[in-house]
Design a protein around this ligand. Structure first.
Ligand code: ADP
Ligand code: MG
Length: 567
C-alpha cells in the first residue's frame, strides 16, 4: 500500500544530524560532491552486479549517468542516478542508522570537543556523506527503486533532519535514486539560491567531481529544437581520470594536456611519473616534474602541487601529507581507494599508511630525477638550474634521503670553470691520500676563487667545490659525508692538510711560535672587537693573513643571509 510510515532516527544519527544542520562545515559546497559520489558508487555497483546477477539482465545499463536538475520556483536541487537504487529496507538501514563502528565513542569525543574546529575535524574523520545534504536543505526527499525489482516497489523517504523520517511505497519510479534537496531559505550569511544557478553548479562539479567517470549532466535547462536533449552538450565533467588508465594506453600528449590543466603551466612537464600501488592500501599516482620553476617557489605561502582524490572524487589541493616541502614543485594527483571523503589534513599527517605512500612517492620522484641526470645531461642541467636550490633544502629536511639527494647535487668547482660537477665525479678525481671533500662558500665564483683560503688547497692540487647559494652553507655543514668522505669547509677551523698533530710539532714551528710569542697576544687584544684569536697558520702561501671561522660558527655568507632575513 501507499501508507506513510514515520520512523525515528537512531540516537547517534540524530546527534550527527544536529551537528551537520548547525553547520559544522565551513565549506558547504561539499554536499554536492558527497551526493555525486554516492550516485557514482551506485552506478559502479549496478554495472558490476549486472555482469554477474542474472536477475539484473533485463536492466538497461547502456546510459548510466548522473543528472542534476534544478527548479527555481520550488527552490529544489535534485541529484539523480540510474544506478543500483535502494529497497525500503536498504533505506531504513543505510540512511536511518549509522552502521559504522565506533560511532558512540566518536560522538562522545565530539560532545567533549572544546571548539567548532575540533568538532569539525572529528566529524570529518567520520564522514557525514549523505547527511551533508542537511547543511543546505531543510527537507530532503529520496525516491528510489532497487534494480531488478518490480515497478511498484519504489520507496520515497523524506525528512527534515530533526528527529524522524517517513517512508512510503511509491508506484512507477524508474530504477535508481533521486535525492531532492529543498534548499533552506536565504539567511544573512549564505544565499543558498546559488545552488540553483547553473554556473555555480558547473563550477562545483568542475572543482570537485571533474574526474568522476560517469557523465554528470545538467538536465532540463537546455533542449534542442525538436525538444530532445542535446546529446553530450550538457556533460559537466571531463571524466578524464587519466591516472586510472593503464600507462600503455595513455599518450604523452594526453599526459601533457592533463598536466597543463592542473598546473596552469604553459610548458610541457620535464618528467611524468605514473604508478599504481596494489595490496593493502591501493592508490594511483600521476605526478609531474615541471620544466620551469614557478615565480613563487620561494615565497612563504607557495603551495604544494599534489591533489588528493578518493576514488575519483576530489578531496583537497596542496596535500602536504603526500609531498615534503622541498618537493613542493611536483604537480599531480594521488587517488587513494580506502580513505574517507571527509578525511582532514590533520588526520592525513598522522596516518601511517599515508606516510608510507609519501615515502614511496618521494623515492619515485628522486628516482625520476636521477634517471634524467643519467640519461639526458642537457635536460638535467636545465632542470637543476630551476630546481636545484629547492632540492638542496631536502638535504636539511629529509635525512632519510640524504644519499639520493647528494647524488643529484651539481656544483661549480675549481676543476673546470665551464662545467659543474657531481660529488660522485669529484670523488673520482680525489688525490691519493685526500680524505675530505673540500668546499668554500661565498657570494660569487670570483670571490670564492680569490679567497686566501684557497691557496693551501691549490698548492696541494686539491679540488674545491665553489658553493655560491646561501642554502649551501646550511646543508654542506649538516651533511656528514658523501660516499665515506666528510665534507669540509676550508673556511672553518683547522683544515688538516697533513699538518702535524699537536703532540709532535716540528722544531721549525716551535721556533716560529717563540718568534711571534709577543705579537700574537698584542694582535688579539688590538683586534678584540673583530676577532676571537690571532693564530699562526701554515695554510697560506702568498697572502699575509686570512680570517677563519670556528668550526661551529656561521660562515660570513650565512650570517649575511640571516641578517637579510631579519634574524
Ligand atoms: P558512504 O557513501 O560513505 O557509504 P553515505 O552516507 O554517503 O556513506 O551513504 C550511505 C549509504 O547509503 C551508501 O553506502 C549507500 O549504500 C546508500 N546510498 C546513498 N546514496 C545512494 C544512491 N544514490 N544510490 C544507492 N545507494 C545510495
Ligand atoms: Mg557517500
Amino acid at each position: 500500500g501507499s501508507s506513510v510510515e514515520t520512523l525515528e532516527f537512531q540516537a547517534e544519527t540524530r546527534q550527527l544530524l544536529r551537528l551537520v544542520i548547525h553547520s559544522i562545515y565551513s565549506n558547504k559546497d561539499i554536499f554536492l560532491r558527497e551526493l555525486i559520489s554516492n550516485a557514482s558508487d551506485a552506478l559502479d555497483k549496478l554495472r558490476l552486479e549486472s555482469l554477474t546477477d542474472p536477475g539484473l539482465t533485463e536492466v538497461d545499463t547502456a546510459d548510466l549517468h548522473i543528472s542534476l536538475e534544478t527548479d527555481k520556483d520550488a527552490r529544489t536541487l535534485t541529484v539523480r542516478d540510474n544506478g543500483i537504487g535502494m529497497s525500503r529496507d536498504d533505506l531504513v538501514e543505510l540512511i536511518g542508522t549509522i552502521a559504522k563502528s565506533g560511532t558512540a565513542g566518536l560522538m562522545e569525543k565530539i560532545r567533549q570537543s572544546k571548539d567548532a574546529a575540533t568538532a569539525e575535524s572529528l566529524i570529518g574523520q567520520f564522514g557525514v556523506g549523505f547527511y551533508s545534504a542537511f547543511m543546505v536543505a531543510d527537507k530532503v526527499t529520496v525516491r528510489t527503486r532497487r534494480a531488478g525489482t518490480d515497478t511498484d516497489t519504489g520507496t520515497q523517504w523524506e525528512s527534515d533532519g530533526e528527529g524522524s523520517y517517513t517512508v512510503q511505497t511509491v508506484d512507477g519510479l524508474p530504477v535508481g535514486t533521486a535525492v531532492t534537496l529543498h534548499l533552506k531559505p536565504a539567511d544573512s550569511e549564505d544565499d543558498l539560491a546559488d545552488y540553483l544557478s547553473e554556473s555555480k553548479i558547473r563550477q562545483i562539479v568542475k572543482q570537485y567531481s571533474d574526474f568522476i567517470r560517469w557523465p554528470i549532466r545538467m538536465a532540463g535547462e537546455r533542449t534542442g529544437e525538436d525538444g530532445s536533449a542535446e546529446a553530450g552538450a550538457d556533460t559537466l565533467n571531463s571524466m578524464k581520470a587519466l591516472w586510472a588508465r593503464p600507462r600503455a594506453e595513455v599518450t604523452q600528449d594526453e599526459y601533457n594536456e592533463f598536466y597543463k590543466q592542473i598546473s596552469h603551466d604553459w610548458l610541457d612537464p620535464a618528467e611524468t611519473i605514473h604508478m599504481r600501488a596494489e595490496g593493502t592500501f591501493e592508490y594511483e599516482a600521476l605526478l609531474f616534474l615541471p620544466s620551469q620553476a614557478p615565480f613563487d617557489l620561494f615565497s612563504q605561502d607557495t603551495k604544494r602541487g599534489v591533489q588528493l582524490y578518493v576514488k575519483r572524487v576530489f578531496i583537497m589541493d596542496d596535500c602536504e601529507a603526500l609531498m615534503p616541502n622541498y618537493l613542493r614543485f611536483v604537480k599531480g594527483v594521488v587517488d587513494a581507494h580506502d580513505l574517507s571523503l571527509n578525511i582532514s589534513r590533520e588526520i592525513l599527517q598522522h596516518d601511517r599508511q599515508i606516510r608510507g605512500v609519501r615515502r614511496r612517492l618521494v623515492k619515485k620522484v628522486l628516482g625520476a630525477i636521477k634517471n634524467m641526470q643519467a640519461n639526458d645531461a642537457e635536460r638535467y642541467t636545465k632542470f637543476w638550474a630551476q630546481f636545484g636550490r629547492v632540492l638542496k633544502e631536502g638535504l636539511i629536511e629529509d635525512t632519510d634521503n640524504t644519499e639520493a639527494l647528494l647524488e643529484l647535487v651539481s656544483a661549480a668547482s675549481t676543476h673546470d670553470p665551464e662545467k659543474t660537477t657531481t660529488l660522485r665525479e669529484y670523488v673520482g678525481r680525489m688525490k691519493d691520500g685526500q680524505e675530505a671533500i673540500y668546499y668554500l662558500t661565498g657570494e660569487t665564483r670570483a670571490t670564492v676563487e680569490n679567497s686566501p683560503h684557497m691557496e693551501a688547497l691549490a698548492a696541494k692540487g686539491y679540488e674545491v667545490l665553489i658553493l655560491t647559494d646561501p642554502v649551501d652553507e646550511v646543508w654542506a655543514d649538516r651533511v656528514p659525508a658523501f660516499d665515506g668522505h666528510p665534507l669540509r669547509s676550508i673556511a672553518k677551523g683547522q683544515v688538516d692538510l697533513d699538518e702535524p698533530a699537536e703532540g709532535d710539532r716540528s722544531a721549525e714551528q716551535a721556533r716560529r711560535d717563540e718568534e711571534y710569542a709577543a705579537l700574537l697576544p698584542w694582535l688579539t687584544t688590538t683586534l678584540s672587537e673583530h676577532v676571537k684569536e690571532v693564530r699562526l697558520s701554515s695554510r697560506l702561501t702568498t697572502s699575509a693573513a686570512c680570517i677563519v671561522g670556528d668550526t661551529h660558527d656561521m660562515t660570513p655568507t650565512l650570517e649575511k643571509m640571516y641578517r637579510a632575513m631579519g634574524q
